[in-house]
Ligand binder design. Structure first.
Ligand code: MN
Length: 228
């Protein structure tokens, strides 16, 4: 097969204690999946079906590090999230089978141009440019299920310059990973290498150039980023 221009190299996530990388297929994100964050964003956590948006794989920043402050915003927010990586695809996956499709877990940050998102919501327009911009998805090192089990009850926190901004527990998710995988697999055929950002607890706030972010979910390697 020959291509008219060079094809993109796959984005690979590091795996703890492995030389191999997990190639990112697609990055799906669940919106408003923690009640306290749903309320802070003006939602109603009791009534919503899960909903999804995406980031292109090219937006993922394996290992974090330096994140360039993006264009076209003056209000970039951090959203601390558990990321679920799939090792096996499928469609119409049953909730009871969904965890068999999980390769591993990592800490991620869903960086968001909050001002553009607010404008998009107001105009009933898509969120792509508020969510799927370059470097909008730093992700830490993956732990395989064999190494860490399933992360369903783990304290999580995000600090900016050492000050705690977000803290919660992955057990506070409204739609748990098995339900999210099952629901999503009814909308699209999932593929090995797909990743799911599973939503954020309350405390999202703006970051500025020079800020250092430290994101942690108990049992997983921490993720550090600096905004430049
Ligand atoms: Mn998010």
């Amino acid at each position: 097969m020959t291509f008219a221009v060079p094809p993109l190299d796959p984005v690979g996530l590091a795996i703890e204690d492995s030389e191999a990388l997990l190639p990112v297929a697609r990055a799906y994100c669940i919106g408003r999946n923690y009640a306290d964050h749903s309320i802070e964003m003006g939602g109603n956590p009791d009534r919503e079906e899960p909903f999804f948006f995406t980031k292109p794989a090219t937006a993922i920043v394996p290992g974090g590090g330096e994140i360039a402050y993006p264009s076209a915003t003056s209000d970039m927010h951090h959203e601390l999230e558990l990321v679920v990586a799939l090792g096996k695809g499928g469609r119409d996956i049953a909730v009871g089978d969904a965890l068999d499709h999980v390769f591993g877990y990592a800490v991620g940050i869903d960086l968001t141009r909050r001002d553009l998102q607010a404008a998009a919501k107001k105009a009933s327009r898509p969120w792509d440019m508020s969510k799927g911009f370059d470097q909008s998805g730093p992700i830490g090192t993956l732990m395989t299920v064999d190494a860490c089990g399933h992360i369903d009850d783990a304290p999580m926190s995000l600090t900016v310059n050492g000050e705690t901004r977000q803290s919660g527990n992955v057990n506070q998710m409204i739609w748990k990973p098995p339900e999210a995988i099952a629901y999503l697999s009814g909308l699209v055929e999932l593929r090995a290498g797909d990743i799911i950002f599973t939503g954020t607890p309350a405390g999202v706030a703006a970051v500025e150039r020079g800020d250092s972010l430290h994101a942690d979910v108990a049992g997983l390697p921490a993720l550090d980023c600096t905004v430049v």
